[in-house]
Design a protein around this ligand. Sequence first.
Ligand code: CA
Ligand code: CA
Length: 222
Amino acid sequence: MKKMIGLGGILSLSVSAHAVTINVGVEGFSAGINNWPTNEPPSAIIDGAGQKYLNFGEFNTGVVVTPGSSGTVATKMTLWSANDAEPRDPASYLLFGTNSVIGGTSFDSSLFTLISNGPLSLPASRNGGGAAALDPANSFTVSFANSDAYDTYMVLFPTVKDDSSANSMQVAEVQLFDAADNGLFTPGDSILGVQSAAAIPEPSTALLTLLGLGAILGRRRK
Ligand SMILES: [Ca+2]
Ligand SMILES: [Ca+2]
């Protein structure tokens, strides 16, 4: 019986992997919640300069961006480090796409499809803030296989480099690129600062769990 209860728990986790509420944050300076300083808003993550976006929610924070051009295909993401406090650097990411219209104060993560996820390793070097140029030396890039076009993207950062030292997540800039190396985000694109209400299990893990469960059930039937 214990085994059956355990299997039920695993199945339930896998099925609900994407059913997490995503909350839209607001401007503010409160510790530990989904808000950002006036001068460090979500729009700063796509402003084309060193000015950073900072979210005191720290975990599972990020942005939803709707580029001016619809139906783009992202195959690469580059991030630039913020001006200070390396412990606040994002240490992992989940990149999603959707063709649904996203708005309001919250929405369900199931509206989105996962494109790519994994660890991040931003350099210890700091990019300048404010109007400073984005220096490739202060960036980190991940490439991924994707051929699906989306109108809107969501980037979430589940973790930061050093939770014990950091009181927030911060990053100077994030840009997606298509296969022809065109940047998909443009300063002024529609953008929301967000935080998921709970950690979204990595779907690759959930899929492996399901495959493993299938193998277990297959063996049990024999
Ligand atoms: Ca910026
Ligand atoms: Ca912390």
